[in-house]
Design a protein. Structure first.
Lengths: 262, 223
């Protein structure tokens, strides 16, 4: 990795589903660049293309056009085996946590290391270390069914950290949690940013999440970027961007809906 | 009651032989289900359009084959496979030959159940594994099968109890086993007591299989 190349660079990536006759544009060509240690929010309603954009970064979705560069390396041109290795260096967390129900907390964290082929001694050491980093050392033998939502997400974060990645992708990680638990998870993510200088892309439909965690936000609507906002001095230019900031203060009868029901 | 006991003493050795024959048939059948039906089910799932490794043509060929086999009434399959059984196990009658036909019936049946069980694993699990950089084989072995295990054991139980009854149908063509004994003695020779004993033993087999299956499912299920 060259030190001057951005951590994440998306060049004109797009995603189109369906046939050539009736294409569905999930994402129109989009550019996005993150320097190391930057945290960027992807804001939008359901179906706006924010999850698609996120999943293009680790190529869970193959872009219909454009290039994805991680640390200056073009992932789009990699053969399958190398792409899988590259993915091991990008952590990802999800709204539904996606913990394996048949494995204990420690074994769930260990999954990421098993896949990467680490020895069992290394796996145990690193999994314990990751669980301790999320404050769950005492839960290593608990199964997901025995954990609360917040604890489940912490285990999932530990799994994402186990390979010591520099990048973390978060897909609505706090959307299924109550506000109190959500904030404690967001604090953990902020701590990871502060202490490890992790680069993060955070998909959310909640402006509070973006305001708390992100330096910049990108607002997506119907597969297109409609706003790019500096969260320290927010000046949204789009109707949707303004809507997000407007509703952060609370809903009123005067709140203008940015579009018809989606 | 007295007659039942008398029949039990008189036909004890026959009942024992029939029970072990049924065990043999069902045992081989279940072994085929696990060893051949499971991989076929995984194949059907993995190569489907929504699968890890879509191969539309291969998937369609396998699906047709499964459907064709499943369309045969079992008794026809039994007769149809006579020459094949002769080649495979050296005989076209008895429990060994019936086990061949039963295996042909169970493999596509169990494969479909496996396919469905794998389909029921939340898609997020597969996505997570891909994000971790897992290979398709790792996803099958470390995610899909372990996560589907309680359901798979449930399917195996349903299959086992169902095929205990199926193995009795094979008795109609002289396959041996409890069904065979029930028909030859109980039905053709009016030895009702023998028939009753056969049904009682079958009931115990089914009941025990169900208990064992439920117990295994409970042990495997961490949800």
């Amino acid at each position: 990795m060259t030190s001057d190349s951005p951590m994440i660079e998306l060049q004109g990536v797009s995603k189109t589903y369906g046939s050539a006759k009736s294409p569905v544009h999930a994402l129109l060509p989009t550019d996005l660049t993150l320097a190391q240690g930057e945290v960027v929010g992807l804001l939008g309603f359901s179906g706006a293309g924010k999850s698609t954009l996120l999943r293009l970064i680790n190529l869970l979705e193959v872009p219909s056009s454009g290039r994805v560069l991680i640390g200056g390396r073009d992932l789009t041109s990699l053969p399958a085996a190398e792409l899988r290795q590259a993915r091991q260096q990008v952590g990802m967390i999800f709204q539904q946590f996606n913990l394996l129900s048949s494995r204990s907390a420690l074994e769930n964290v260990s999954f990421a290391l098993e896949v990467a082929g680490l020895s069992s001694a290394q796996r145990r050491e690193r999994s314990r270390e990751a669980l301790s980093a999320v404050g769950l050392s005492d839960k290593e033998s608990a199964y997901p069914a025995q954990l609360s939502g917040g604890q489940k997400q912490r285990v999932a974060i530990a799994r994402a950290l186990a390979m010591r990645p520099q990048i973390l992708l978060s897909d609505e990680a706090t959307s299924a949690l109550d506000p109190h638990t959500a904030l404690s998870i967001l604090r953990l993510l902020k701590q990871l940013k502060r202490e490890r200088g992790m680069t993060m892309v955070v998909v959310t439909h909640d402006i509070k999440v973006a305001s708390y965690l992100c330096e910049r936000s990108v607002v997506l609507e119907k597969g297109a970027v409609v706003d790019r906002i500096d969260m320290s001095r927010p000046e949204p230019v789009s109707r949707l961007g303004r809507f997000f900031f407007e509703t952060a203060k609370g809903w009123t009868d005067q709140t203008e809906l940015p579009q018809e029901e989606t | 009651m007295n007659e039942l006991l008398k029949a039990f003493v008189e036909f004890g050795p026959d009942l024992w032989k029939a029970t072990t024959d049924t065990f043999l048939m069902v045992g081989v059948t279940m072994l085929s289900a696990v060893l051949l039906g499971t991989p076929l089910g995984v194949f059907l799932f993995v190569t489907s359009d929504q699968g890890l490794y879509p191969k539309p043509l291969l998937n369609r060929v396998a699906a047709y084959l499964v459907n064709v086999l499943r369309s045969f009434p079992f008794i026809i399959l039994l007769v149809l496979l006579i020459p094949f059984s002769r080649v495979l196990v050296g005989t076209s009658i008895g429990p060994k030959a019936a086990a061949v036909a039963l295996s042909f019936a169970v493999i596509p049946y169990f494969a479909r159940l496996v396919e469905q069980n794998l389909r029921d694993v939340p898609r997020g699990m597969v996505e997570m594994a891909r994000a971790c950089g897992a290979t398709p084989l790792q996803i099958v072995l470390k995610v899909l099968i372990p996560e589907a295990l309680p359901a798979l054991l449930g399917s195996l139980t349903v299959t086992a109890t169902g095929f205990i009854a199926y193995s009795a149908v094979a008795g109609a063509v002289g396959a041996g086993g409890l069904g065979d004994l029930a028909i030859r003695f109980g039905y053709y020779r009016f030895e009702t007591s023998v028939m009753i004993w056969c049904v009682i033993i079958m009931f115990i087999l089914v009941q025990c299989t169900q208990w064992l299956g439920d117990w295994l499912v409970r042990r495997a299920d961490r949800r």
